[in-house]
Design a protein around this ligand. Sequence first.
Ligand SMILES: Nc1ncnc2c1ncn2[C@@H]1O[C@H](COP(=O)(O)OP(=O)(O)O)[C@@H](O)[C@H]1O
Ligand SMILES: O=C(O)[C@@H](O)C(=O)COP(=O)(O)O
Length: 431
Amino acid sequence: MTVGTTLALGCVADDYTGASDLANTLTRAGLRTVQTIGVPADGLELPEVDAVVVSLKSRSIAADAAVAMALDAQRWLAARGAGHTLFKICSTFDSTDQGNIGPVTDALRAACGGGPVLVTPAFPETGRTVFMGHLFVGSQPLHESPLKDHPLNPMRDSNLVRVLARQSQAGVGLIDRMTVARGADAVRARRDELGATGQGAAIIDAVADADLAIIGAVALDGPLSTGASGLGLGLARALVASGRVRPAENGVADVARPVGGPAAILAGSCSKATLEQLAAAEALYPVLRLDTDALLDNPTAEVARALAFADARLSAGPVVIASSATPERVAALQARHGREAVGHRVEQALADIAAGLTERGVRRLVVAGGETSGAVVDRLVVPAFLVGPEIAPGVPVLRAAGLAGGDRLMALKSGNFGGRDFFANALALMG
Ligand SMILES: Nc1ncnc2c1ncn2[C@@H]1O[C@H](COP(=O)(O)OP(=O)(O)O)[C@@H](O)[C@H]1O
Ligand SMILES: O=C(O)[C@@H](O)C(=O)COP(=O)(O)O
């Protein structure tokens, strides 16, 4: 592969939509960036880049497995000279008390060295802000937002110092907004104070991109930070400001050059935003709502029904296939079959449908949902993505190049991202 130059930034993302969100942010900030699926195999051809985002599907798995995957990715990045590693987590801090943000941060700190790790999921462009350690989604505290009903990671505590402490071996402190407002040296002083009292991580407040630029500059003092795309923006700005990266023309338009073939949209996200986007799509495209009870009883038959639906319509235009359901229906299904079993089986069915669609010539595919995107991209065996134009904050067009059968354009939408017209906007940019 051609990652011959020293990487300025190495990123380990805990899901694939999150990775594309981060790759989008870094690209827009002037870093030449590529998103790989898993740790790249030796010999994978990649362009010259400043940053690599290694996508893992580790957000909702056991901590020890997530730690092993993250360490593996970090070793690969460090071997390419990455001076700093960003562990990319969700801007809504998706994780239960058994979650792995704490264990992975602890393990990466042990591997990389350094003092307390700065941790912030703030991403102001999408309404995620952190104040006094509490995460807000728009104007709602996390625990009152739709994230309280997430199918896999219901978020019921907005205080991230508490949430991270419950998952961590080392203590967790707070660097508040008043400190950030006083600038980089004040943040450094507070970080060192926390280090002196043995804290391993610090949740750091941020309510605007200017805060993240300060945080990015301080984070670069050390080898590791943990956060969402907002922190990626801060790190990218600091790398450019310090002259370590010369901002590149991003060339995103060329990445989205047409690939032809039919188009499809698959949704496994049950988030409020995705449910609204699906309602808007009903007016534009044929939409099949999967019968999840039938799917759990006989997945093969439900997948065949979905592919027959597509067969009858694909030549006329894009089709939409969705398992998405309201929190009440999700809760009822989980009560009958168990949370993990439902999530896994629905994801696998959507991956089967994606494979069937690809066999039918689909070359443009939009997927809604992080876990869902992980299952689909794994099934399609995509090794890496180049980053194209932004469809909505946090969601770029992606090009999977060098695949047998030709290039493919995809968009991996975080369940919570995008406005009502997201699907139409995505297809408009995908030729
Ligand atoms: N009707 C449904 N009932 C229960 N769970 C569902 C249903 N449809 C999808 N799921 C599961 O919900 C989870 C949604 O997670 P994900 O794809 O990450 O979306 P998001 O990006 O909104 O977090 C997946 O595990 C998916 O398989
Ligand atoms: O930071 C974010 O919100 C996204 O980049 C992200 O990780 C979204 O995850 P999913 O909602 O599970 O797609």
